[in-house]
Design a protein around this ligand. Structure first.
Ligand SMILES: [Zn+2]
Length: 224
């Protein structure tokens, strides 16, 4: 804890004064461009990875970067999505998984944890992702690590599907106001792969091209 207190002191003395104008501009409101849904893992630091400033990312974190389907658990994640989309008008939602995810390891193991019933229940939201993971020996899966990597990717896709069950997301995507992206961050390389809906593959994220991870039904096409 002492290290954190010293960090706070450094923030107050060195960091804040240099950015005082920015903080002043944020005094009475925010207009973040992106809702960033990621894991609680301490090794994922969105503002460091994306070099974003205060006010840019609206962040929701939980074990396994899970988005419960709408109506099933009307908890914090659902409220955060609704608020981000309808009150703040974010233009993007990113679901970002990561390498060496403890939640995904737990899903992969299939073990129950009697002392952590809430965790077990929460991770059931990744059950369909698990069905997308081939056994070792199939489809270039040669090691358990390959299976974890595949599950992590499949989980991002599953949570993107769940996200689309939320009425606020359906409203905004069908009007072309919101785009959804599925990313996986690799801790030891600092690299992000993004899901490209057109090819069905995860591709390295670059500053030049950001292909949509979900192709949305457009309102005008649905109506005609
Ligand atoms: Zn994790």
């Amino acid at each position: 804890m002492q290290k954190l207190l010293e960090g706070y002191q450094k923030f107050q003395i060195e960091v804040f004064p240099k950015r005082a104008g920015l903080f002043k501009s944020l005094e009475s409101g925010q207009k973040p461009s992106t809702l960033f849904l990621t894991c609680s893992d301490s090794r994922i630091v969105p503002d460091m990875i994306l070099q974003s400033d205060p006010g840019e990312l609206f962040i929701s974190r939980n074990a396994g970067n899970i988005v419960p389907p709408y109506g099933e658990v009307n908890g914090g994640v659902t409220a955060t999505i609704e608020y981000a989309v309808l009150a703040l008008g974010v233009q993007n939602i990113v679901v970002c998984g990561h390498s060496d995810c403890g939640a995904m390891k737990a899903v992969l193991s299939g073990k129950q944890h009697p002392q952590m019933p809430t965790v077990d229940k929460w991770l059931q939201h990744s059950a369909s992702a698990m069905q997308m993971v081939p056994p070792v020996g199939d489809n270039n899966i040669t090691t358990p690590k390959d299976r974890l990597r595949t599950l992590t990717r499949a989980n991002v896709l599953t949570q993107l599907q769940h996200l689309q069950t939320h009425p606020s997301v359906a409203y905004a995507t069908s009007r072309g106001q919101l785009k959804l992206f599925g990313w996986v961050y690799e801790i030891h390389t600092g690299c992000i792969d993004t899901y490209d809906a057109a090819s069905g593959r995860f591709l390295p994220l670059t500053a030049d091209v950001l292909a949509p991870s979900v192709v949305h039904p457009r309102l005008e096409l649905l109506a005609s």
